[in-house]
Write a protein that binds this ligand. Structure first.
Ligand SMILES: CC(C)(COP(=O)(O)OP(=O)(O)OC[C@H]1O[C@@H](n2cnc3c(N)ncnc32)[C@H](O)[C@@H]1OP(=O)(O)O)[C@@H](O)C(=O)NCCC(=O)NCCS
Length: 170
Protein backbone atom coordinates (compact mmCIF):
# COMPACT_ATOMS: atom_id res chain seq x y z
CA UNK A 1 0.00 0.00 0.00
CA UNK A 2 2.69 2.50 1.07
CA UNK A 3 4.90 1.43 -1.83
CA UNK A 4 2.01 2.09 -4.21
CA UNK A 5 1.49 5.57 -2.77
CA UNK A 6 5.22 6.35 -2.87
CA UNK A 7 5.01 5.87 -6.63
CA UNK A 8 1.49 7.15 -7.28
CA UNK A 9 1.62 10.43 -5.33
CA UNK A 10 4.68 11.96 -7.06
CA UNK A 11 3.17 10.99 -10.40
CA UNK A 12 -0.14 12.67 -9.54
CA UNK A 13 1.66 15.80 -8.28
CA UNK A 14 3.80 15.96 -11.41
CA UNK A 15 0.81 15.51 -13.70
CA UNK A 16 -1.64 17.98 -12.16
CA UNK A 17 0.24 19.90 -9.45
CA UNK A 18 1.40 22.63 -11.83
CA UNK A 19 -1.90 23.47 -13.58
CA UNK A 20 -2.91 27.13 -13.02
CA UNK A 21 -6.38 28.71 -12.80
CA UNK A 22 -9.56 27.28 -11.39
CA UNK A 23 -9.18 24.35 -13.77
CA UNK A 24 -6.07 23.31 -11.85
CA UNK A 25 -7.84 23.60 -8.49
CA UNK A 26 -10.72 21.46 -9.74
CA UNK A 27 -8.48 18.77 -11.23
CA UNK A 28 -6.37 18.59 -8.07
CA UNK A 29 -9.55 18.14 -6.02
CA UNK A 30 -10.43 15.12 -8.14
CA UNK A 31 -6.98 13.56 -8.50
CA UNK A 32 -5.72 14.04 -4.93
CA UNK A 33 -8.93 12.53 -3.55
CA UNK A 34 -8.47 9.59 -5.92
CA UNK A 35 -5.00 9.16 -4.35
CA UNK A 36 -6.60 8.90 -0.92
CA UNK A 37 -6.53 12.46 0.42
CA UNK A 38 -9.62 13.19 2.50
CA UNK A 39 -11.29 16.62 2.50
CA UNK A 40 -14.61 17.89 3.83
CA UNK A 41 -15.06 20.31 0.95
CA UNK A 42 -13.38 21.92 -2.04
CA UNK A 43 -9.75 22.70 -1.20
CA UNK A 44 -7.52 25.43 -2.63
CA UNK A 45 -4.11 23.93 -3.23
CA UNK A 46 -2.09 26.29 -5.42
CA UNK A 47 0.27 25.11 -8.15
CA UNK A 48 3.73 23.83 -7.08
CA UNK A 49 2.73 22.32 -3.76
CA UNK A 50 4.37 18.94 -3.08
CA UNK A 51 2.54 16.41 -0.94
CA UNK A 52 3.90 12.97 -0.03
CA UNK A 53 1.53 10.35 1.36
CA UNK A 54 -1.67 12.00 0.20
CA UNK A 55 -3.64 9.11 1.72
CA UNK A 56 -2.55 10.21 5.20
CA UNK A 57 -3.63 13.83 4.79
CA UNK A 58 -7.05 14.86 6.00
CA UNK A 59 -8.32 18.45 5.75
CA UNK A 60 -11.51 20.20 6.81
CA UNK A 61 -13.56 22.81 4.97
CA UNK A 62 -11.83 25.78 3.29
CA UNK A 63 -8.29 24.42 3.21
CA UNK A 64 -5.87 26.73 1.40
CA UNK A 65 -2.20 26.11 0.67
CA UNK A 66 0.14 28.43 -1.21
CA UNK A 67 2.88 27.67 -3.74
CA UNK A 68 6.20 26.09 -2.89
CA UNK A 69 4.95 24.35 0.23
CA UNK A 70 6.12 20.80 1.07
CA UNK A 71 3.87 18.50 3.08
CA UNK A 72 4.85 14.98 4.10
CA UNK A 73 1.92 13.21 5.71
CA UNK A 74 3.82 9.99 6.47
CA UNK A 75 2.85 10.13 10.15
CA UNK A 76 -0.65 11.47 9.48
CA UNK A 77 -1.61 15.12 9.20
CA UNK A 78 -5.07 16.23 10.25
CA UNK A 79 -6.31 19.78 9.63
CA UNK A 80 -9.50 21.35 10.92
CA UNK A 81 -11.66 23.85 9.03
CA UNK A 82 -10.45 27.21 7.66
CA UNK A 83 -6.73 26.39 7.68
CA UNK A 84 -4.48 28.64 5.58
CA UNK A 85 -0.91 27.65 4.78
CA UNK A 86 1.41 30.27 3.26
CA UNK A 87 4.05 29.90 0.58
CA UNK A 88 7.18 27.78 1.03
CA UNK A 89 6.07 26.19 4.29
CA UNK A 90 7.41 22.78 5.37
CA UNK A 91 5.16 20.41 7.30
CA UNK A 92 6.70 17.00 7.81
CA UNK A 93 5.14 14.38 10.05
CA UNK A 94 8.17 12.11 10.26
CA UNK A 95 11.72 12.32 11.52
CA UNK A 96 14.89 10.27 11.32
CA UNK A 97 16.02 8.43 14.42
CA UNK A 98 19.15 10.43 15.28
CA UNK A 99 20.44 8.48 18.29
CA UNK A 100 21.20 5.21 16.56
CA UNK A 101 24.88 5.82 15.89
CA UNK A 102 25.52 2.28 14.69
CA UNK A 103 23.97 3.06 11.32
CA UNK A 104 24.26 6.14 9.13
CA UNK A 105 21.46 8.70 9.07
CA UNK A 106 20.84 7.60 5.51
CA UNK A 107 19.96 4.11 6.71
CA UNK A 108 17.83 5.01 9.71
CA UNK A 109 14.17 4.78 8.83
CA UNK A 110 11.83 7.73 9.10
CA UNK A 111 9.73 7.42 12.25
CA UNK A 112 6.14 8.55 11.60
CA UNK A 113 4.91 11.20 14.07
CA UNK A 114 1.51 12.83 13.58
CA UNK A 115 0.71 16.53 13.25
CA UNK A 116 -2.63 18.13 14.06
CA UNK A 117 -3.49 21.59 12.78
CA UNK A 118 -6.70 22.75 14.36
CA UNK A 119 -9.36 25.02 12.84
CA UNK A 120 -8.65 28.65 12.00
CA UNK A 121 -4.86 28.35 11.88
CA UNK A 122 -2.81 30.61 9.60
CA UNK A 123 0.78 29.55 8.90
CA UNK A 124 2.97 32.35 7.50
CA UNK A 125 5.37 32.03 4.59
CA UNK A 126 8.52 29.99 5.04
CA UNK A 127 7.51 28.48 8.38
CA UNK A 128 8.41 24.91 9.37
CA UNK A 129 6.11 22.71 11.41
CA UNK A 130 8.03 19.85 13.00
CA UNK A 131 6.61 16.40 13.64
CA UNK A 132 4.62 15.19 16.61
CA UNK A 133 2.82 18.35 17.64
CA UNK A 134 -0.48 20.19 17.65
CA UNK A 135 -1.00 23.68 16.28
CA UNK A 136 -3.94 24.78 18.38
CA UNK A 137 -7.14 26.41 17.17
CA UNK A 138 -6.75 29.92 15.84
CA UNK A 139 -2.94 30.02 16.09
CA UNK A 140 -1.09 32.45 13.84
CA UNK A 141 2.40 31.21 12.94
CA UNK A 142 4.69 34.05 11.81
CA UNK A 143 6.73 34.03 8.63
CA UNK A 144 9.85 31.82 8.87
CA UNK A 145 8.90 30.52 12.31
CA UNK A 146 10.01 27.01 13.32
CA UNK A 147 7.26 25.44 15.42
CA UNK A 148 8.88 22.84 17.68
CA UNK A 149 6.12 22.20 20.21
CA UNK A 150 2.37 22.50 20.70
CA UNK A 151 0.95 26.01 20.46
CA UNK A 152 -1.75 27.57 22.61
CA UNK A 153 -5.19 28.40 21.18
CA UNK A 154 -5.40 31.84 19.51
CA UNK A 155 -1.72 32.57 20.12
CA UNK A 156 0.69 34.35 17.76
CA UNK A 157 4.02 32.51 17.57
CA UNK A 158 7.14 33.81 15.83
CA UNK A 159 10.82 33.07 15.62
CA UNK A 160 13.17 30.11 15.87
CA UNK A 161 12.21 28.20 17.92
CA UNK A 162 8.63 29.47 17.81
CA UNK A 163 7.63 31.52 20.86
CA UNK A 164 4.30 33.11 21.73
CA UNK A 165 4.45 36.90 21.49
CA UNK A 166 0.80 37.48 22.30
CA UNK A 167 -2.73 36.14 22.05
CA UNK A 168 -5.08 37.28 19.34
CA UNK A 169 -7.79 39.64 20.48
CA UNK A 170 -11.21 38.02 20.26
C1 LIG B 1 3.08 36.94 12.88
C2 LIG B 1 2.53 38.25 12.34
C3 LIG B 1 1.08 38.03 11.87
C4 LIG B 1 2.59 39.18 13.55
O1 LIG B 1 1.91 40.35 13.30
P1 LIG B 1 1.69 41.41 14.51
O2 LIG B 1 1.01 40.75 15.65
O3 LIG B 1 1.05 42.59 13.90
O4 LIG B 1 3.17 41.66 15.03
P2 LIG B 1 4.00 43.02 15.03
O5 LIG B 1 4.30 43.42 13.63
O6 LIG B 1 3.29 44.00 15.93
O7 LIG B 1 5.34 42.53 15.71
C5 LIG B 1 5.43 42.22 17.09
C6 LIG B 1 6.85 41.77 17.40
O8 LIG B 1 7.07 40.49 16.80
C7 LIG B 1 8.14 40.55 15.86
N1 LIG B 1 7.73 39.75 14.69
C8 LIG B 1 6.62 39.87 13.96
N2 LIG B 1 6.58 38.92 13.01
C9 LIG B 1 7.71 38.21 13.16
C10 LIG B 1 8.24 37.09 12.46
N3 LIG B 1 7.58 36.54 11.45
N4 LIG B 1 9.41 36.58 12.89
C11 LIG B 1 10.08 37.14 13.93
N5 LIG B 1 9.62 38.19 14.64
C12 LIG B 1 8.45 38.72 14.24
C13 LIG B 1 8.27 42.04 15.50
O9 LIG B 1 9.58 42.34 15.09
C14 LIG B 1 7.91 42.68 16.81
O10 LIG B 1 9.02 42.60 17.67
P3 LIG B 1 9.36 43.83 18.69
O11 LIG B 1 8.18 43.90 19.61
O12 LIG B 1 10.63 43.38 19.36
O13 LIG B 1 9.50 45.04 17.85
C15 LIG B 1 3.31 38.80 11.13
O14 LIG B 1 4.47 39.46 11.54
C16 LIG B 1 3.71 37.70 10.16
O15 LIG B 1 4.77 37.05 10.25
N6 LIG B 1 2.80 37.47 9.17
C17 LIG B 1 2.99 36.46 8.14
C18 LIG B 1 3.00 37.15 6.77
C19 LIG B 1 3.12 36.15 5.66
O16 LIG B 1 3.75 35.13 5.80
N7 LIG B 1 2.49 36.47 4.53
C20 LIG B 1 2.53 35.65 3.36
C21 LIG B 1 1.55 34.50 3.41
S1 LIG B 1 1.65 33.52 1.95
Amino acid sequence: MDLLHSQLDPLAIALVGWIPTVVGFAIRNLVYRACGMRAKGFFWIQPRVTIDNLHRLRVGRNFGCNSGTYINAIGGIECGDDVLIGANVTISSGRHEIDRLTSSIYQTPVVPKPITIESGVWIGAGASILANLRVAEGTVVGANCVVTKDTEPFSVVVGVPGRRIRFRIR
